[in-house]
Design a protein around this ligand. Structure first.
Ligand SMILES: [Zn+2]
Length: 1029
């Protein structure tokens, strides 16, 4: 064909192409206008609405009412079941026929009692294919059901995505009809779209972009939208362009379908079950049509939901797992928060997850998959390695507000030296769309150019589910190997990581935590969830210890295996990365608190049963005295309350043996008691022989002296236990973020409504109480407690909190100078700077830690302990604990109401290791458990250790073995150390095992019948499988 050479006007050619496929302009004559052919209304459509999420079998029994396109339904969180009768016109033989469905709710098509496809406009899924080519033999009359959830892909935020949901929103059925679909037009549209993107993204500097421009222009010349006979010529021009290949060295993109589904976030857990079904059944349909399509899918809990609620779909998934198309990844129960869960909780995330994947799909996951969590503990590499995983994929550090993380592919080294091969997809997203832009970003952003020639591209709508579409697959198919763009392989995580591993000699190593410089408010938001998490972690620990003692000491005791698993799974679920961080809507908080309630209710019963069973053990009997169970692996001497009825509290000093039971007798040791002195100026002195503290009339620590060394802990002229409140208005992510500038709005709380007064006058316990006004709406009441023999002062705090966008903290300016502070993390601790030298230092103005943080110089330090808080900051010599926030989105009522929590301050001589700060923080979190009505002659201990460096964290029944225990220990000081674990239990054999409890049969532990000798490297975790007699 001859035509005039085109003029040198890039802009008109480019926009000519855009208009040719526009869905807004010129659709009367352009190609887009030809995508759909004839339409035909449905025969009938009727609806049944319900406030509940009910199964299909129940829904179809209901009374359906007539309705029509254009009608509105709802309100938010309701469900509409539509019954559709349709009849395909005979004249459409040979055509591709779709049910076209558009609504602002999330739909699921049911056919012959099974879910067959998701229909979500926001996820670009508005067509259900009835036939790709209508023949004689197909059914022409069909009845379908569409289950429509009255919420969008991202819930129902009022005004903005993360605003609290609008409970009264209505959802409209905008389109429901039969339509002839021209797939050839669709193919051409995709060609045009990809070429256009290449023109735009390669820009004017690349010759390849001009080749795309002229190809596209010539295609417009050749293609007459009204004449299908002209279309194939245009297509072959496009094919010629796309098939011009790259050189051998071109970067390789491993494209994997993915669908990030938050287990709860802007919608409740119950809706997530349906989101999984909608998204995954759609992925299965794509697999049937595209045998090369691979879909990666995480979170065992979501698989369990689908197995329970959609067994037919689950068996299809199992089929595609066997074919290698549906690839389970991650290895954990849910994609948990990477900071807040305890060490043992994280172990259980892997244990429950990996066991599920092994049982249901016959394989363990080989990679940890956590693309969307708000930071990553430095202990994770060791936990992965212990769970059969040496590879890790995430991308969230691309959200850093201050520093750009320097690697995309690297080795990540944990605090014990464990290494895992880590990949951050350079496209900085887990929900790409297979567009040219995603490929170019992947190529350009890669910070390991020349070191790693492979990258992941995860494509598919995410967060609220949705997943990949046929269009995304079609886009990627065109550019598998097209000059100027990275090569695209439909791949899986195993292939990607194997390639990266095979060529890893130039990769760098990042040591320590992956700290996210954003979302630092999530250590504090939704304080009740944090408190319940900590409490339930302790409760499940104690149930397991007590049940193991009962199992070994009491004939006939049944270890509550299934019940414990159920409770653990509830706890693990609430550790999901939008629940425990507090970034979810109010109804999710309600569900989470309900689950914690169930753990506490059922758990208390289990603990009681185990303790009760112990009453028939040889060394304990039924009687009329109280005894105490210490679940921690060291001897404790503590003041405890024998009765808990307020003013009548009866105290005793108890010496409890390591992991054992003790009668309540006066402790043999002579103890100096607590004395309280009221001073003339209204302040109060509290002393117990270890500490001497002076509190002023508003409860501030004017002085805190460590008696042993006569060392003052509080900075001259400063106040410890100083409450402060900050304005807390982030840039956008309300529940998530606290910004650096909040520090400029610090206001001390000095409005005393009830000055300090003495509550307990001394003896075993001295305490004082006072109240402060935070504002007209909020107040604090605090009891400051000093016990005999206790090296710390406890601050038992009640807050009535009714603020908006305020942040409450408490400060301790201490007489300690050190460039680093230490924070407890999972099975260990780490240090962070107390100065703001570099941007990496000051970006950590708000950090997380677990039960304690410490600031020490040589020979002296001060530790802050807590029973449910996670947010800290230590700047210079000021130690600050974050207490409460008041964000308004996505939960408008977050943290409003009453709060109770306890923190403590512990000055100490020597290092925090020597002063047993770690042990005291455990003591504060794991109270001695009272056992009523027993007769116990003398203390009995199940396990003891000969070094305080090693902590016996966990004692549990071994998975799948009735007569074996697993004990888990870790080195807590950061030292190489030898330890001997002694046990009075009747152990036959001891084996090392991994975190999945697989024994290392080549290495039996050094075991002499009652003693096991162990050696630890710093922060090493060791699990032992103990076979009982
Ligand atoms: Zn997420």
């Amino acid at each position: 064909m001859y035509h005039l050479p085109v003029l040198k006007n890039r802009r008109t050619l480019l926009e000519r192409g855009e208009k040719f496929i526009s869905d807004v302009y010129f659709t009367d004559c352009n190609l887009r206008g030809r995508l759909y052919g004839d339409t035909c209304p449905l025969e009938s459509i009727t609806v049944f609405q319900t406030a509940k999420r009910i199964p299909y079998s129940e829904a179809v029994q209901q009374n359906f009412q007539p309705c029509k396109v254009g009608d509105s339904f709802g309100p938010t969180w309701w469900t509409c079941w539509f019954k559709i009768a349709l009849k395909i016109p005979e004249a459409w033989k040979g055509k591709e026929v779709h049910l076209r469905w558009e609504s602002d709710g999330e739909g699921m098509v049911w056919r012959d009692q099974e879910p067959v496809q998701g229909l979500t406009k926001e996820g670009e899924k508005t067509s259900y294919i009835l036939t790709e080519c209508l023949t004689e033999n197909e059914p022409y009359s069909i009845t379908l059901f569409v289950e429509l959830a009255c919420n969008g892909l991202f819930g129902a935020g009022q005004g903005s995505m993360i605003a609290a949901p609008d409970p009264n929103r209505k959802y409209t059925l905008q389109k429901a009809e039969l339509v002839v679909f021209n797939s050839e037009v669709q193919e051409l549209l995709t060609d045009f779209e990809m070429l256009l993107d290449i023109v735009k993204l390669l820009g004017e500097g690349e010759q390849r972009g001009y080749q795309a421009l002229f190809t596209m222009n010539e295609m417009v010349n050749l293609c007459d939208p009204a004449n299908p006979g002209t279309w194939s010529k245009a297509r072959s021009l496009a094919q010629k362009f796309f098939s011009q290949k790259n050189g051998e060295s071109q970067h390789i993109v491993h494209a994997m379908g993915h669908c990030h589904i938050d287990s709860a976030w802007l919608w409740p857990y119950e809706e997530t079950i349906r989101k999984c079904a909608r998204s995954w059944v759609t992925a299965v349909r794509l697999m049937e049509k595209n045998p090369e399509f691979i879909f990666t899918c995480s979170q065992a809990q979501q698989f369990q939901w689908v197995k329970d609620w959609y067994p037919g779909l689950f068996s299809q998934i199992q089929h595609f797992v066997q074919k290698g198309q549906f690839v389970p990844v991650g290895g954990t129960w849910v994609e948990m928060d990477g900071n807040l869960p305890s060490g043992e909780s994280m172990v259980r995330q892997f244990l429950e997850g990996q066991n599920f994947f092994k049982a249901e799909f016959g394989q363990y996951c080989k990679e940890f998959w956590l693309p969307d969590t708000f930071g990553y503990s430095a202990q994770l590499p060791q936990l992965m390695q212990g769970s059969g995983i040496s590879r890790f994929l995430t991308q969230k550090l691309s959200w850093n507000l201050v520093n750009t993380f320097p690697h995309n592919t690297f080795f990540w080294e944990g605090i014990n030296g464990s290494l895992v091969l880590t990949h951050f997809p350079p496209g900085n997203s887990y929900e790409m769309k297979g567009r040219v832009e995603d490929l170019i970003n992947t190529l350009k952003n890669n910070k390991d150019k020349g070191r790693a020639n492979h990258s992941a591209v995860l494509f598919g709508f995410g967060d609220g589910g949705g997943g990949p579409t046929q269009l995304m697959l079609d886009r990627l198919q065109r550019v598998q190997d097209s000059d100027g763009l990275p090569r695209v392989h439909m791949s899986n995580p195993d292939r990607l990581f194997s390639e990266l591993q095979a060529d890893s000699s130039l990769l760098c190593t990042w040591s320590g935590e992956l700290f996210l410089e954003l979302h630092n408010g999530t250590y504090t938001t939704q304080a009740k969830i944090k408190l319940e998490n900590r409490r339930c972690e302790a409760l499940l620990h104690d149930i397991e210890v007590a049940s193991c003692l009962a199992l070994t000491q009491t004939a006939g005791f049944e270890y509550p295996t299934e019940k414990l698993q159920k409770l653990w799974r509830l706890l693990l679920l609430n550790q999901f990365h939008d629940v425990i961080p507090g970034s979810c809507i109010e109804i999710v908080v309600e569900d989470a608190l309900e689950y914690y309630n169930e753990i506490e209710k059922t758990g208390s019963g289990l603990l009681h049963s185990a303790c009760n069973a112990l009453r028939t053990s040889p060394w304990l009997g039924a009687g009329s005295s109280p005894a105490f169970l210490n679940t921690l692996p060291w001897e404790r001497t503590e003041v405890i309350a024998l009765t808990e009825d307020g003013a009548q509290t009866k105290l005793a000093l108890v010496k409890a043996p390591s992991v054992g039971v003790s009668p309540v007798t006066a402790s043999a040791e002579s103890v100096s008691t607590v004395s309280i002195t009221e001073l003339a100026d209204g302040s109060v002195r509290m002393e117990n022989g270890l500490l001497s503290a002076v509190l002023d009339n508003m409860g501030r620590l004017v002085s805190l002296i460590l008696v042993q060394t006569n060392r003052e802990a509080i900075s001259d002229g400063c106040f410890g236990n100083q409450f402060v409140v900050f304005d807390d208005v982030p840039l956008y992510w309300d529940a998530w973020d606290v910004m650096d500038y909040h520090l400029q709005t610090r206001k001390p709380i000095v409005d005393v409504t009830r000055p300090v007064e003495v509550v307990s006058t001394g003896g075993l316990r001295g305490s004082v109480k006072f109240s402060l006004q935070i504002s007209g709406k909020s107040s604090i009441t605090q009891e400051v407690i000093l016990d005999a023999n206790c090296p710390y002062i406890k601050f038992k705090t009640k807050v009535d909190w009714a603020e908006a966008h305020k942040f409450l903290k408490v400060e301790f300016p201490v007489q300690v100078r050190s460039p680093n502070a230490t924070y407890e993390i999972q099975f260990g601790h780490l240090q962070r700077p107390t100065h703001r030298n570099t941007s990496w230092d000051w970006a950590r103005f708000e950090v997380w830690g677990h039960k304690w943080a410490d600031l020490s110089e040589h020979g002296f330090g001060v530790a802050l302990l807590n029973d449910c808080k996670y947010g800290y900051s230590v700047y210079q010599n000021i130690m600050t604990l974050s207490l409460l926030r008041a964000p308004k989105a996505p939960d408008a009522n977050a943290d409003m109401g009453q709060h109770e929590f306890t923190y403590a301050v512990m000055p100490h001589a020597g290092s925090f290791q020597e002063a047993a700060v770690i042990q005291h923080a455990y003591n504060l979190n794991f109270p001695l458990r009272l056992i009523h009505d027993v007769k116990v002659a003398q203390p009995w201990s199940a396990f003891t250790l000969n070094t305080s460096a090693v902590i016996l964290e966990t004692v549990k029944q071994a998975e799948g073995k009735k007569n074996a225990l697993v004990v888990r220990l870790y080195e807590s000081h950061g030292s190489s150390v030898s330890a001997v674990l002694s046990t009075s239990l009747s152990v036959q054999e001891a084996w090392y095992c991994d975190l999945l409890e697989r024994p290392d049969t080549a290495h039996p532990a050094s075991f002499t019948g009652s003693k096991i000798s162990l050696t630890f490297k710093p922060f090493q975790i060791i699990s032992l499988l103990l076979q009982l007699h």
